[in-house]
Structures are given as C-alpha cells and as structure tokens.
Write a protein that binds this ligand. Structure first.
Ligand SMILES: Nc1nc2c(ncn2[C@@H]2O[C@H](COP(=O)(O)OP(=O)(O)O)[C@@H](O)[C@H]2O)c(=O)[nH]1
Ligand SMILES: [Mg+2]
Length: 224
C-alpha cells in the first residue's frame, strides 16, 4: 500500500512541474512537441529533417534525452538555435524524461527567441507515456523493422499521442509490416491521432509532416 502511495506522489509532483513548464513556455510563446519511440525508430533523424525543412520559417530548439552520451545533441546542434542534452543515467526514472529535467533545461534556453521546441524523449515505449513534460503535443514514432503490432502491445503511448508516425517507409519491400493493420490498430485506440507515413532516408512524406507542425505552431500562437 505504501509503495502505491509513493508512485502516486511521484506522478502528481511531475504533473505539477509539467503545468509550470507549460505556463513558462506559453508566456514566451514557445510551442513544444514531445517525441517518443523505441530506440532507433528515428527520433533524431526526424528532428534533423524538421530542423532542416523549417529553418528560416521557425526558430527552433532541441532538448535531447538519452540515458548516456551527447551523440544526438552533436548531430542536431548546427541546425538548431539552442540544444540541451539531458542524460538520465543515475536519475530516478532513467527510462524517461521527467518534467523537472525539462524545467532545468529551459533555464539554459533563450526562450524569447524560440518558436518551436522539439523534445527527444528517452528511447522507450512504456515510461515516457506516464510522465508529461509540459509539452503542447505528444507524438510517437513506429518504424517498419519494429513490426506492425506495437500499438497492440504498448497501447498507452499510442492512446495519448496527438500524432503517430510510421517511419522507414523505404524499407517496406524488405520487411513484413502490414500498413493497413497498423492503421486499424491506431484507429481503434485513438481515432483522433494524425497518422503520417514517411521516410527520413528518402524524405518521402516529410513535407506533409512539416506542414502539420507549422500549422500547429501557428494555431497555438493565435490561440494565446
Ligand atoms: N532506412 C531507413 N533508416 C532510417 C530512417 N530513419 C532513420 N533511419 C536510421 O535508423 C537508425 C536510428 O535512427 P535515429 O534517428 O538515431 O533513431 P532514434 O534512436 O529514435 O533517435 C539510424 O541508423 C538512422 O540512419 C528511414 O526512414 N529509413
Ligand atoms: Mg536519438
């Protein structure tokens, strides 16, 4: 019983800090997207594509979450206005970013000069769905080599997502992945989710994704 209370407290504390993060982002007119997936599905690749395509139209910053290393931050730093790397090794929830980590990272960011903040979560399909960060939109990437059954096996992360991406479409001739079955699973869990099929390698479908991102940032800016 005590253990359950502890977990409850952690989630509530996280929620409080997440709300504070969103208020801070709103005050500075920064739109934030939380990017989640299993390791290797293409989070960093999609961030790079987005930075390259939308450069000149939006000022963008990136928070990179990984258990260890600065590998991903190094990949994106030349394309972004600001990059902060968070390493979760030795932290209480090393399998996910948490709102307090984002709160610290935001202190190092020139928020008045940023329109869009892309947050790469730790590669994991379970923990990140439990911890909101203060983001405005949540998205999950599935890639073809992972198989088409991930929404069935890890439903929570798909239920909460505003957008679902099927990445590595260029590999379709080489892997068994039933696109229609995947769409049906997502539709069953979360009919409102926007679904994108794309390839970060060939850039197929990237244009539509970037248009959606641009539209979200603009709509949100008007609302505030
Ligand atoms: N064939 C193919 N490979 C991709 C695609 N997107 C990413 N990759 C590769 O998949 C690997 C993992 O990508 P990365 O973006 O680092 O994934 P992350 O761990 O989710 O950040 C890298 O070797 C990428 O080059 C794609 O659309 N097609
Ligand atoms: Mg990465």
């Amino acid at each position: 019983m005590k253990k359950i209370e502890v977990i409850q407290n952690v989630l509530e504390a996280n929620e409080t800090i997440a709300k504070r993060n969103q208020q801070l982002l709103d005050r500075h007119r920064v739109f934030a997207i939380n990017i989640m997936s299993a390791p290797g599905a293409g989070k960093t690749s999609l961030i790079l594509q987005t930075l390259t395509r939308l450069k000149g139209r939006l000022n963008m910053a990136v928070i990179e979450g990984d258990v260890a290393s600065t590998v991903d931050a190094e990949k994106v730093q030349s394309e972004a206005k600001a990059v902060v790397q968070i390493n979760t090794r030795n932290m209480p929830e090393s399998c996910s970013l948490m709102a307090a980590m984002i709160e610290s990272a935001l202190k190092d960011m020139p928020l008045d000069n940023i329109d869009l903040l892309l947050i790469e979560n730790v590669g994991n399909l379970i923990c990140p769905s439990e911890f909101t960060l203060g983001e405005h939109k949540r998205m999950v990437i599935s890639s073809l080599p992972e198989g088409d059954d991930k929404p069935i096996k890890y439903p929570l992360i798909f239920i909460d997502a505003d957008a679902v991406i099927i990445n590595k479409m260029d590999l379709l001739p080489h892997v068994d992945f039933d696109i229609a079955a995947f769409h049906r699973s997502v539709e069953g869990l979360n009919p409102k989710a926007e679904v994108f099929q794309l390839s970060c390698k060939t850039s197929e479908g990237i244009e539509r994704w970037c248009s959606w991102v641009l539209e979200q940032v603009k709509t949100n800016a008007i609302k505030r």
